[in-house]
Design a protein. Structure first.
Length: 461
């Protein structure tokens, strides 16, 4: 296995880390919710007890006001009979502090907070040896002289809080265990799927076989990833095949001129003829220029496909550009005995790079003139349609076979399999690249003239 392949341990995989992270977030969030609910519930329950004490204060105040102490004492005894006396106590003191009444079984401490209002204290229930509990104590005065104390145990409230806390913690623990179990299952599932991807990637790297593909199952994110990776492998396989083909074509296209150059130089060196020297140098210069054009075309094509080729768009009269190209290739076509017709609408104006478009259109016309036989016909037309410039080149040449039409825009693809006609096989590749740089497109089909029809569509802006 190559050293640059590294496998994470099970506890360091992304699914496990995500599971642990979400578990930690869940615990922190649950603690915050627990603290909030616990506080709110304690406040609500204490509020209910305080309201009960205040209601009893109102009752005792009304009874004392209407019928004096006897009525108030009867009201206290009635409350104890109806509500029970084990969890509450009533105390009444006169102005001098003498105890007038103490009823109820809740024992209050000696150090009761001074002042009026509601306080929380520690009291004792008269159950067995006595149980210390929290209690709420309400102190108030009647007519500014009589002091009344009402205490209510918080035992029931504390028991309810304990039940709430126990139920909450049990529920959270169960949910946490289920979450951890589910997270571990998902982590294992993700681990196996990712591991299958790693195995396939290592297999491709070790074997160098780009024909292998990732398995696609289901409709989840992994199937989308596998599909995209397979598309990437398709593209890579196509590129590598193209590189091999380009290498073969470059070797073929350069071997012949290099062989001729070597033969010419060897023959010339055997002679002592200045005229022959000059003719040989001229042929060498011509061959070198042809090879330089091939490499320059490759450079321009690579820059165009990579998006690094600088394009200088300016307002361009496309009609005038086409007329200039027709004027250039008209005589060449006439010399080959071809009929060259042009139907170009006036004032077709676009935003474009004149040099790149001129090279693309020249490559198309150069191919037409090259492949159309003597007596054939070439027709170039251009119209403005649906806010687009449409250029069409028809010829009566031999046409392009169906099986070559999808490849004809690839690098070094030649319709002439014998490669006897002059050319590098880069012309149509450059045409397509330069047209696409202008956000246009080029297609081909059968022509009414019997050959091929190239159609270029360019946006106006």
């Amino acid at each position: 296995m190559p050293s640059f392949f590294r496998r994470p341990t099970a506890l360091l995989t992304t699914p496990v880390r995500l599971t642990l992270a979400f578990t930690a977030l869940y615990i922190v969030g649950t603690l915050l919710i627990f603290v909030f609910l616990d506080y709110q519930l304690r406040v609500a329950l204490a509020g209910q007890v305080d309201k009960s004490l205040l209601d009893q204060q109102n009752l005792l105040t009304v009874q004392h006001k209407e019928a004096g102490f006897p009525a108030m004492f009867r009201a206290i005894r009635g409350e104890l009979l109806s509500r029970g006396q084990s969890d509450r106590t009533y105390r009444v003191f006169d102005a001098k502090g003498a105890k007038l009444l103490e009823a109820g079984e809740l024992q209050l401490p000696a150090d009761i907070p001074a002042g009026q209002g509601i306080h929380e204290i520690q009291a004792t229930l008269n159950v067995g040896e006595g149980v210390t509990v929290k209690a709420r104590l309400l102190s108030f005065t009647l007519n500014g002289q009589v002091k009344v104390q009402i205490a209510k145990s918080m035992q029931a409230t504390d028991e309810l809080m304990a039940s709430f806390r126990s139920a909450f913690i049990t529920t959270v623990a169960l949910i946490l265990l289920l979450g951890l179990a589910g997270g571990w299952w998902l982590a294992k599932r993700f681990w196996y799927q990712i591991e299958s991807f790693n195995q396939m990637a290592m297999k491709i790297v070790n074997s160098g076989n780009l024909a292998s593909r990732m398995p696609v199952t289901g409709n989840d994110e992994f199937s989308v990833l596998a599909t995209n990776m397979n598309a990437m492998l398709d593209k890579m396989e196509k590129l590598f095949q193209g590189i091999r083909q380009v290498s073969d074509n470059i070797a073929h296209d350069l071997r012949s001129p290099l062989t001729r150059l070597r033969a010419d130089v060897e023959v010339t060196l055997q002679e002592n003829d200045p005229k022959l020297f000059r003719l040989t140098l001229e042929r060498v210069l011509t061959e070198l220029q042809n090879m330089q054009e091939i490499f320059q075309s490759l450079l321009s094509l690579g820059q165009a496909e990579a998006g690094s080729l600088k394009i200088r768009k300016k307002p361009l009269d496309l009609s005038q550009l086409l007329e200039d190209i027709v004027e250039l290739y008209g005589p060449l076509s006439e010399d080959k005995g071809q009929a060259f017709d042009a139907n170009i609408d006036a004032r077709i104006e676009i935003e474009g790079d004149r040099q790149l478009l001129a090279q693309a259109l020249s490559n198309l016309l150069d191919n037409a003139v090259k492949y159309v036989p003597e007596g054939g016909q070439i027709v170039l037309s251009a119209v403005f349609k649906d806010d687009k410039a449409v250029i069409r080149l028809d010829d009566s040449g031999p046409g392009i076979p169906q099986d070559m039409r999808r490849k004809v825009f690839d690098r070094f693809v030649r319709v002439d399999p014998s490669r006897t006609l002059p050319g590098s096989g880069l012309g149509l590749s450059l045409v397509k690249a330069f047209i696409e740089l202008h956000q246009g497109n080029i297609t081909l089909s059968d022509s009414k003239l019997g050959g091929t029809s190239f159609i270029i569509v360019l946006p106006v802006k």
